[in-house]
Write a protein that binds this ligand. Sequence first.
Ligand code: 3IO
Length: 334
Amino acid sequence: MRRPIILLAAAMTLVCLLAATAMAATTLTYANFPPATTFPCIQMEHWKEEVEKRTGGALAIQTFPGSTLLGAKNMLRGVQTGQADIGCISLPYYPGVFPAMSVLNLPVAFTSTKVASLTMWDVYQKHRPAELGDVKVLTLFTSAPSNIMSKEPVRQLSDLKGMELRASGSILNILAGLGAQGVGMPMSQTPEALQKGVVKGLVSSFDVLKDFNFAELCRFETITNMPVYPFAVIMNKACWDALPDDVKKTLDDLGREQAQWTGEYLDKHINDSLAWSKEQYQVEVFTLTEAEHEEIRVKSAGLVDEWKGEAAKAGLDADTILNDMLAFKAKYEA
Ligand code: 3IO
């Protein structure tokens, strides 16, 4: 009497389980190193929303801002080994690892984040460097051109003498040439370094004045138009390979669009951040003379040759990569 009911219940449970498995959204984890308020995380949330919408919920993204899953320096390895499915890396944090794409970190005076981000996307699409061959690149973007934010005024280049400033990548070399004391560390460690007085300021884009509240401590800003920091959003290769083709296409279609969205967001946010900092903390903004900008250019020029040497050593056609970057930059600036 009872046996058929039990069998029926068991069969129904099985059917439900199978149906649920077939319909269940795949959830991917996405790790990021800076806090949720900062632009790399704003773009992450935008990407998540777009992906969930465009896949009709077939793909769900679980985001982990603020180094809660992976930090700035173990992000690359963590994605390669699958500790996170997706991660966001700042390329200058990995010296020597990205000999081709570090071309975006050279002192070529980008005029906007949008131009730099789209240029980065095009350089990657054209050259597909082996350095990113063991991960899937989902999108690419850069920070805005870098400026000095400091606790003491840098009214002229000579004020930099001996000043400890946090930076990463090529900017450290430029600071050395200008007589400052560059201190290399990820952005996520900078609040503590500023708080403790380990550094007197930093060189990065102005979004951080508001998003990290650095304007409270760094009341003096100097426009230097130094290099941008290139970023990559990467996915574990095996995880990518396991996605259905239609989902892959949706993500591929989003890559360039996302680079442009992030560039436009940051260009606008830089202005908001600076206006907020003036209003909130009466920060002072200094500009340099044309002669001083020329001095920065002259003292930074060696970096291009240094990059070429490193790229050639890695077996890359350095001149072509550099010239392509400059051509893409000119195209987007036109
Ligand atoms: C950056 C990094 C993390 C959060 C906000 C940010 N704004 C600009 C940058 C670039 C930078 O300084 C870096 O270290 O990647």
